[in-house]
Write a protein that binds this ligand. Structure first.
Ligand SMILES: Cc1cc2nc3c(=O)[nH]c(=O)nc-3n(C[C@H](O)[C@H](O)[C@H](O)COP(=O)(O)OP(=O)(O)OC[C@H]3O[C@@H](n4cnc5c(N)ncnc54)[C@H](O)[C@@H]3O)c2cc1C
Length: 481
């Protein structure tokens, strides 16, 4: 008798533990054929960016090793999944294809089509929730509608039954004997070679499920107690840095929930509540993307379609390269370039600077983050940018404009973050490190800073830029009721 396999199609769930589609395949008793498809059919703008591709390589390498060690090697294929997966079904005689859901509009469209095609072939096509605590359609307000504001959304989530406990990784997986030939990971060219710019990423990160587990363990042991009080300080390492692991599904949000939610005493309780609410923001962003699929490209507030954005590639480039003359913005942009990650507070300040001080359309910033972040995530990135722009759901009002000097002084009072990422300013005293243009000549000389040479002059004056931004905003609100 032919032993028909079950195909487990891995996507943004690159782990063995708490992986419902893998668990269901193992439970079926049939041989399991794990597959990853590098899908070229994603709209070009939203194909994984360079930093994500670097991460994906490392993550697939580790997933393949973990699967092989348990008995079911990973098959790699590239192309349009709508064609690749049915072709594999035909080639292997698979009777079922299981996957965990993604929520990006192109993914939901594709998966819907594929599910229908497979079922038409008589194949059992099933999808599972491996990526969120609460499905976007489960969380409804009293009128039965989707949410547009975070606080009521998260309260509603917390009233739902608690997410189920994570299931452990299967100890053995019965592999499929007749696995066809696949691609070689090296041939996909996901890692940069000429030039190899990924040294900073390699120093900062260990992609893969074991890396995620270690990161969570270290966060719970060392950082969680200080999380609520210090999470806004970019020089202090108290946030979890789990974002790329969550994006690629190397850890499940349920595993995080159950590791954190029942800490009910003292500082830990407050910190746990705060931390889970941040994970709740991730849920909210996915809820928004699912219900507003235009989120990555279109202003949710249509009046922003009339916003008089400036089109200035020199200013955009200065921002991208961390050469704006505003230390907190430059530090963030350089941290991003070097490590593929930026602290959340600095993401907000840097994004606000691009949108409001430079009047550049948030979509340019979104695209840059998409290419350079290892945690680039369509839902979180788009919602984050629209939040800062004021064009999104539950967004910060446009007229609340971050002052990059005051933000720096408040959240990095001793300039430790600046000294780390903008070393040419490191000898400036704390009093002037966030505003070098106000330093007396003697202080600049003593600190070895030559504005315009060792560090750029400010590319805009924040006070002037702020007034200009407010005037621009008035042009879209004028006439509104
Ligand atoms: C302009 C802008 C763009 C952003 N782009 C992304 C992105 O592409 N990918 C991404 O994962 N996050 C994005 N964020 C959200 C946030 O900055 C990061 O999730 C966070 O900095 C990751 O660090 P952490 O894992 O240490 O967070 P922690 O503070 O430890 O939080 C735990 C987890 O909660 C989630 N989370 C925390 N804050 C947010 C938030 N504001 N929105 C959504 N989820 C959140 C993340 O999954 C994070 O890993 C963006 C924020 C802004 C302002």
């Amino acid at each position: 008798m032919v032993d028909h396999p079950v195909i487990v199609w891995f996507r943004q769930d690159l782990r063995l533990s708490d992986n419902p589609s893998l668990a269901a395949a193992v439970a079926s008793g049939r041989p399991v054929l794990p597959v990853f498809v590098l899908d070229d059919e994603t709209p070009a703008r939203w194909r994984p960016g360079a930093a994500s591709r670097w991460w994906l390589h490392g993550s697939l390498e580790r997933l393949a090793a973990d699967l092989a060690a348990r008995g079911a090697p990973l098959l790699l294929r590239s192309g349009d999944a709508v064609e690749v997966v049915p072709a594999l079904v035909r080639a292997t005689g698979a009777t079922a294809v299981f996957w965990n859901r993604c929520y990006e509009p192109h993914a939901t469209d594709r998966d819907r089509r594929l599910k229908a095609d497979l079922r038409a072939l008589g194949v059992d096509a099933e999808s599972f929730n491996g990526g969120l605590l609460f499905e976007p359609w489960e969380v409804r307000n009293r009128a039965g509608d989707r949410y547009k504001a975070f606080t009521p959304f998260w309260k509603a989530c917390l009233r739902l039954p608690e997410p189920s406990a994570p299931v452990p990784a299967p100890e053995r997986i019965r592999g499929h004997a007749g696995t066809p030939a696949g691609d070689s990971l090296a041939d996909w060219g996901l890692r940069p070679t000429r030039p190899d710019w990924a040294g900073g990423l390699r120093d900062a990160w260990t992609p893969g499920e074991a890396g995620a587990r270690d990161r969570l363990r270290a966060f719970l042991a060392d950082a969680l107690p200080g999380y609520a009080a210090r999470r806004d300080q970019p020089a202090v390492d108290v946030t979890s840095r789990l974002s790329p692991y969550l994006h690629f599904g190397e850890i499940s949000p349920r595993a995080i929930w159950h590791a954190v939610a029942h800490r009910t005493t003292g500082d830990d309780a407050a910190a746990a509540t705060k931390f889970l609410s941040e994970v709740g923001w991730r849920e909210f962003c996915h809820h928004l993307l699912f219900h507003f699929p235009g989120l990555p490209e279109q202003n949710l507030r249509a009046d922003f379609d009339r916003f008089p954005w400036a089109d200035d590639s020199a200013l955009l480039s200065a921002w991208q390269r961390g050469r704006t003359g505003y230390p907190i913005v430059d530090a963030g942009m350089r941290q991003l370039w070097r490590t593929g990650w930026m602290h959340n507070r600095v993401r907000m300040v840097a994004a606000s600077f691009l949108i409001k001080d430079l009047l550049i359309d948030w979509r340019h910033g979104e695209a840059w983050f998409w290419d350079t972040l290892v945690d680039a995530d369509l839902a979180n990135n788009a919602a984050g940018w629209q939040w800062v722009a004021g064009s999104g759901a539950d967004a910060a009002p446009y007229f609340r404009i971050f002052n990059p000097v005051l933000q720096g002084e408040r959240f990095d009072p001793d300039g430790a973050y600046i000294r780390r990422w903008v070393p040419e300013l490191s000898a400036l005293p704390d009093s002037h490190i966030h505003r070098p243009w106000t330093a007396p000549d003697a202080m600049l000389l003593q600190s070895d800073v030559k504005l315009g040479e060792t560090y750029p002059h400010r590319i805009v004056d924040h006070g002037v830029a702020r007034d200009r931004a407010l005037a621009a905003y008035k042009t879209i609100t004028r006439g509104a009721a």
